[in-house]
Design a protein around this ligand. Structure first.
Ligand SMILES: Cc1ncc(COP(=O)(O)O)c(C=O)c1O
Length: 378
């Protein structure tokens, strides 16, 4: 069975984690935490990094930084993981959805402005499966309507966006470096993994201080065990940061490997009728977190059945997200009733992703592509 993900860890990771064990710095203090935060923030073009326990808690902390009031609204794509909407709902705020772009599967930015009301406080673009959201128009809307941008960059470590906003010269900007706040996940299937882990990035010192407080139970500097706000224990350990730092140091190699994988799949699968492959827009540098496929409805095959047949041929896959407007937990709370998002609904049923881990070999890619063709020809 070719697993959907297999991490690729190296000698440097072993060396750094061993140092934690040898020196006893195994908890949430130690040199690797700060270094990991500083290096990752700098890599993405942000000033501050606040390492947390996972990508979901990163979103919770980032959204809490906004001090949202009940009824405040945050615009996000329906096609994403529940963590995004959860972080908004938990604050008593209202998630407001937009559909996906049919080519990139990221939020359709042309739908955002019509969703802005006097209650809108923030926009949460989610970069999907390794491809950036078309950020320029969102950055423009944020400026025009005084909104905060929280980028969910959990799936796009090192992906880049060609921004034409700052001056005449277009510039490549890293995902997670364009919003007021951004969040990352370092789960085992991510381009950088700490087993479980996450980070909030910002260049705003006020958000950074607030996020640090929320991560660590909102202890106050003037007296320990004195609190004026409710926080969480969302700390990352030095051992996890050690693992992460070793990978930040070889980001170029990680991205090259992912882009090689993406190109290898595309070369083998392009031209198959009824099969939509990932695109790379001219303004984007894709990092192929996961290599997605969407079957045309005319194929008469849904992704769930496609996945079962691939599994029988030794290929593990995962289904695409199911939109937030189709989640019983939110419908039960009276959210999104009667709302339809046709692109998200279609790709949720017709999409899946192929094995995409860093340890994937060329022989495995060949095997996966042969299996895909066998199923589609049968
Ligand atoms: C877009 C997105 N945001 C947030 C998360 C949550 O990250 P975690 O699993 O580390 O909580 C994920 C998880 O894969 C994700 O894909």
């Amino acid at each position: 069975m070719i697993p959907v993900n297999e991490p690729l860890l190296g000698e440097r990771e072993l060396e750094y984690v061993t140092e934690c064990i040898r020196t006893g710095w195994i908890s949430s203090a130690g040199r690797f935490i700060e270094e990991f935060e500083e290096k990752w923030a700098a890599y993405c073009g942000m000033k501050y990094g606040i390492a947390v326990s996972n990508g979901t808690t990163a979103l919770q902390v980032a959204v809490r930084c906004l001090d949202l009031k009940p009824g405040d609204e945050v615009i996000l794509p329906t096609f994403t993981i529940i963590s995004c909407a959860l972080a908004i709902v938990e604050c008593g705020a209202v998630p407001v959805l937009v559909d996906s772009d049919p080519a990139t599967w990221c939020m359709d930015v042309s739908q955002v402005e019509m969703k802005i009301t006097e209650r809108t406080r923030a926009i949460m673009p989610v970069h999907i499966y390794g491809h950036p959201v078309d950020m320029d128009s969102l950055l423009g809307l944020a400026e025009k309507h005084d909104l905060v941008i929280i980028e969910d960059a959990a799936e796009v470590h090192g992906a880049e966006y060609l921004s034409e906003r700052d001056g005449a010269q277009p510039t490549w900007r890293r995902c997670g470096g364009m919003g007021h706040l951004s969040t990352f996940s370092f789960y085992a299937n991510k381009l950088i993994t700490t087993g479980e882990g996450g980070m909030v990035l910002t260049s705003d010192p006020i958000y950074a201080e607030k996020a640090r407080g929320l991560r660590n139970l909102c202890f106050r500097p003037e007296r320990r065990f004195y609190h004026t706000e409710l926080g969480y224990n969302y700390r990352l350990t030095n051992m996890q940061a050690a693992l992460g730092l070793a990978q930040v140091e070889r980001m170029a190699e990680i991205i090259a490997r992912k882009r090689w994988m993406g190109q290898a799949y595309t070369e083998r699968l392009q031209g198959i009728p009824g099969l939509q492959l990932p695109v790379e827009e001219p303004w984007a540098r894709h990092v192929y977190w996961m290599y997605g496929l969407v079957l045309d409805k005319t194929m008469g095959l849904e992704a769930a059945e496609f996945a079962r047949r691939l599994q029988a041929l030794g290929v593990q896959t995962r289904p695409f997200f199911l939109g937030m407007h189709e989640q019983p937990v939110f419908l039960g709370r009276g959210l999104f009733r009667g709302e339809c998002y046709s692109v998200a609904e279609r790709i949720a049923r017709q999409g899946l992703y192929l094995p995409s881990g860093l340890a994937l070999t060329e022989a495995q890619i060949d095997q996966v592509c042969t299996a895909v063709k066998t199923v589609l020809e049968s």
